[in-house]
Design a protein around this ligand. Structure first.
Ligand code: GDP
Ligand code: MG
Length: 163
């Protein structure tokens, strides 16, 4: 597949959960480069009939050199720059944080197309909790639950234009 999708956001919002769901058993680590990209994960993902390359970001454990913030930033910037479309994820249960704003700034300045995901929005409280994400200025938030597989039809609709 040619379309490259990057999942971006502060730690713990659920990026890897979505990555694993979209990659399923097709996980193949194709990236094992030194430095800030070492723990970037890229694999072949699928959603319905859409097939794409999917990048998960912000695994920090093995990153080399610099402050934590600098490493996260560099890894995220590289993934955004390479992406055809960015999935920016926030945690609807936690609400917006200063870190969300910082990561969102990187996406805004890149001028890459972005789909805003309000994750952990399962259940009836989900859509309400997602509302806060409007403040990021990245468009309409899409309530999803990466863990429970909710909202993926809407994600599909949002991604179709990039294929
Ligand atoms: P990452 O740091 O952004 O990659 O986040 P992870 O994918 O590692 O998830 C962080 C935590 O959030 C884990 O405990 C997940 O089980 C949890 N999580 C992920 N998606 C959801 C979701 O849709 N709903 C809820 N309630 N928890 C989730
Ligand atoms: Mg992760």
């Amino acid at each position: 597949p040619k379309t490259l999708i990057a999942i971006v956001g502060r730690p713990n919002v659920g990026k890897s959960t979505l990555f694993n769901r979209l990659v399923g058993k097709r996980l193949a680590l194709v990236d094992d480069l030194p430095g800030v990209t070492r723990d970037r994960r890229e694999a072949h993902g699928r959603l319905g009939d859409l097939e794409f390359r999917l990048v998960d970001t912000a695994g920090l454990e093995n990153a080399a050199g610099g402050s934590l913030e600098a490493r996260m930033r560099a890894q995220t910037e590289a993934a955004i720059a390479a992406a055809d479309v960015v999935l920016f994820m926030m945690d609807a249960r936690a609400g917006l944080t200063a870190d969300d704003e910082r990561f969102a700034d990187l996406v805004r300045r890149s001028e890459r197309p972005v789909v805003l995901l309000a994750n952990k929005a399962e259940g009836k409280a989900g859509a309400d909790a997602a509302y806060e994400a409007y403040r990021l200025g990245l468009g309409d938030p899409l309530p999803i639950s990466a863990e429970h597989g909710e909202g993926l039809g809407d994600l599909y609709d949002a991604l179709v234009p990039f294929f």
